[in-house]
Design a protein around this ligand. Structure first.
Ligand SMILES: [Fe+2]
Ligand SMILES: [Fe+2]
Length: 180
């Protein structure tokens, strides 16, 4: 029980009301030139994992949205936009490092579609519970990658912000589930 409470705490040093942070042309940088092969290998693995998971997350929310003018749908649209930002974050990072995205990531698109559309058919509670389940896995993944990998400062800040966003999603779905 204690663990669950810890997992839903938001990181207060990031503003999670900003779902698409501003990015300037000069923020795009070529990275990794001075890094050791073992450090680069770990960064590549982490970025590939996050990139594919964010594609799945964006699709889950996209296919959970219905036509009803509800607060749930408004929040799902905001969460989808936020996940699209995360997806963009990691695609940019991969390419800055000279890596290529996972060519099989369409499989994650498909899994996202199945979870999203499937839970939508089952109703509001299933929609919210799916969100909580997936996001709890995501924050765990983020935590592992943050502690196991020697990130460059810019990438670490983005990963921390995105993890804080995922905590925010968990809390939002939990409070909506309470009032359902
Ligand atoms: Fe995300
Ligand atoms: Fe999320």
């Amino acid at each position: 029980m204690k663990k669950v409470i810890q997992q839903t705490q938001e990181k207060s040093d990031y503003d999670i009301s900003i779902i698409r942070p501003q990015m300037r042309n000069e923020d795009v940088k070529l990275r990794g030139r001075q890094m050791s092969p073992s450090r680069l290998k770990a960064i590549r693995k982490g970025l590939l994992t996050l990139h594919t998971l964010e594609l799945m997350a964006a699709n889950i929310y996209k296919f959970q949205i219905t036509k009803a003018p509800s607060e749930l749908n408004r929040q799902l649209i905001a969460a989808m936009c936020n996940e699209m930002t995360h997806y963009q974050d990691f695609q940019v990072k991969l390419l800055e490092y000279g890596f290529k995205p996972n060519i099989l990531r369409w499989a994650f698109w498909l899994v996202g579609f199945i979870f999203g559309f499937g839970s939508r058919l089952l109703g509001t509670k299933a929609t919210l519970k799916t969100g909580i389940w997936v996001e709890t896995k995501a924050v765990h993944h983020y935590g592992e990658l943050l502690s196991s990998t020697d990130w460059d400062e810019n990438s670490r800040k983005i990963i921390e912000k995105d993890q804080a966003d995922e905590y925010g999603h968990i809390n939002r779905w939990k409070s909506l589930l309470k009032s359902t």
